[in-house]
Design a protein around this ligand. Structure first.
Ligand code: GLN
Length: 488
């Protein structure tokens, strides 16, 4: 196996045994990126020189005989909505094309302390709004399994880079499914942690009551290792939960005997592709064979999740994105006639069509006369959706569904129809509304394209999700499959 195909824990073992060096690993990734990036288009920006300096620092530590942490010397990359000091952070928007943050997001600081090597910033749907990464203002990221198909979104670059071995792991953000849906489409592991578990300080806000940063990795062990580094209370984020974090690797146990798995019937509705359904059915059978106790259940408010999300998320986005007015941040139009004209032209030119659609939807839902009928109603339904989960978790340890109703679709297939695009997140959105953790794990292929198994858990019970996913992974081979990409 070449270095770029290894997981973080495998690379760590080699580094600790001095079988390779951090510089050698970083070089292997630079070469890999050179070989495949023209086809995949995952990166907005490469930070090769800095990466090499970070790798050298780790080698110096090793040479001094010091021990290194699990992620030290491991090349990774960041979705381009996490602030990096002195390095452009664009949200794949013309609005922030030239924005260079003066500070690091807390997750970036934590990775730096851990000694991770940052390879660059990854393409995404503009301001994380989308499910295919087609809404990027800059480029189209391709699915490494089929370059004619989307990688999913909005963390498309983040998953494609890991699937194509252009990074060992990446960080994505998930507001309604943006880590899990693309992870499923590209055959990698993606975890949306419990709301508040990972600091959002320095994450450019889309919908603040839903946004959460999480790991995208090649296997479940790496997912636990990344959580060990990024999770935990942060006084700089007022919504960060003041809870202690466990050592997540203690949940990497190959045993799910007696685990109660609920199958909410509402997640298996009419939009589900039969080939995807068949793969999920086989995954359920596997879990049963491994000792899980599986039973069907009902979550009656699931049908309201999409309308609720598409009121709450746009409402919060219309407020969060009000700051992009050409005054203090990013893009400013040329030749405006007066201040109002400057605001108008800046926002018309700086935002793409999907972002404008969301701002208009949200502004409408929040406006006087409509607030009670739309926004306030959506908040009430959000509570009902959360109560469905509370009831289900009284009976079950985890809930299982497909991550997405289809496998990766072709470019252009859904981009003309926003509603069809929104439906890609039908299985993932409820976990964001309820604030609970959820993971997508590779569980097979439908017509040659990866399918993800989606497990949802109780708040702050990432441990059970990791144990269930790890057991599944240890007893299956799906995560070992690699896209061909036409290069060796
Ligand atoms: N696809 C969903 C949306 O467009 C979710 C995006 C996300 O999780 N950032 O809003």
């Amino acid at each position: 196996m070449t270095l770029t195909e290894l997981t973080a824990h495998e690379l760590h073992d080699r580094l600790s045994r001095k079988e390779t060096s951090a510089v050698e690993i970083a070089r292997a990734f630079t070469q890999r990126i050179e070989a495949v990036e023209d086809s995949v288009q995952a990166y907005n920006l490469l930070t090769g020189e800095r990466a090499m300096a970070q790798a050298e620092a780790i080698d110096a530590k090793l040479a001094r005989g010091e021990s290194i942490g699990a992620l030290a010397g491991i090349p990774m990359a960041l979705k381009d909505n996490m602030c990096t000091e002195g390095i452009p952070t664009t949200c794949s928007s013309k609005m922030l094309q030239n924005f260079v943050p003066p500070y690091n997001a807390t997750v970036v600081e934590r990775l730096a302390e851990a000694g991770s090597v940052v390879l660059g910033k990854l393409n995404m749907d503009e301001f994380a709004m989308g499910s295919s990464t087609e809404n990027s203002a800059f480029k189209q990221t391709c699915n490494p399994w089929d370059l004619a198909r989307v990688p999913g979104g909005s963390s498309g670059g983040a998953v494609a880079s890991v699937a194509a071995d252009e990074a060992v792991f990446s960080l994505g953000s998930d507001t309604g499914g943006s880590i899990r849906q693309p992870a499923a489409f590209c055959g990698v592991v993606g975890l949306k942690p419990t709301y508040g578990y990972v600091s959002r300080y320095g994450l450019i806000a889309f919908a603040s009551s839903l946004d959460q940063i999480g790991p995208i990795t090649k296997d479940v062990t790496d997912c636990a290792l990344v959580m060990n580094t990024i999770a935990g209370h942060d006084p700089k984020d007022s919504t960060s939960a003041p809870v202690d974090t466990p050592d997540f690797t203690k949940y990497l146990v190959n045993d799910i005997k007696g685990l109660r798995v609920g199958i909410p019937q509402e997640y298996f509705g009419s939009g589900l592709e039969p080939e995807v359904a068949a793969v999920i059915k086989a995954a359920i059978a596997k879990l049963e064979e491994l000792g899980a106790i599986v039973d069907e259940c009902s979550m009656p408010h699931t049908e309201y999740a999409m309308p609720t999300y598409y009121l709450i998320a746009p409402a919060e986005c219309s407020s969060n994105l009000a700051r992009y007015d050409g005054v203090s941040y990013g893009y400013r139009t040329e030749g405006a006639t007066d201040i109002i004209n400057m605001f108008k032209k800046t926002r018309s030119e700086g935002f793409g069509p999907e972002v404008k659609r969301r701002i208009m939807l949200g502004t409408y839902a929040l406006s006087s006369g409509y607030y009670d009928a739309y926004y306030l109603k959506a908040l009430k339904v959000r509570t009902l959706i959360k109560q469905d989960f509370d009831r289900a978790f009284a009976k079950f340890d985890v809930l299982l569904s497909p991550t997405a109703p289809t496998a990766a679709f072709k470019f252009g297939e859904k981009s003309a129809n926003p509603l069809a695009m929104y439906m890609s997140d039908i299985c993932t959105v409820p976990a964001n509304l309820a604030g609970i953790p959820a993971i997508s794990v590779p569980c097979g292929f439908a017509n040659g394209l990866p399918v993800g198994m989606h497990l949802m858990g109780k708040a702050f019970d990432e441990g059970t999700l990791l144990r269930a996913s790890y057991t599944f992974e240890q007893n299956t081979e799906h995560h070992k499959a690699k896209p061909k990409l036409g290069v060796s």
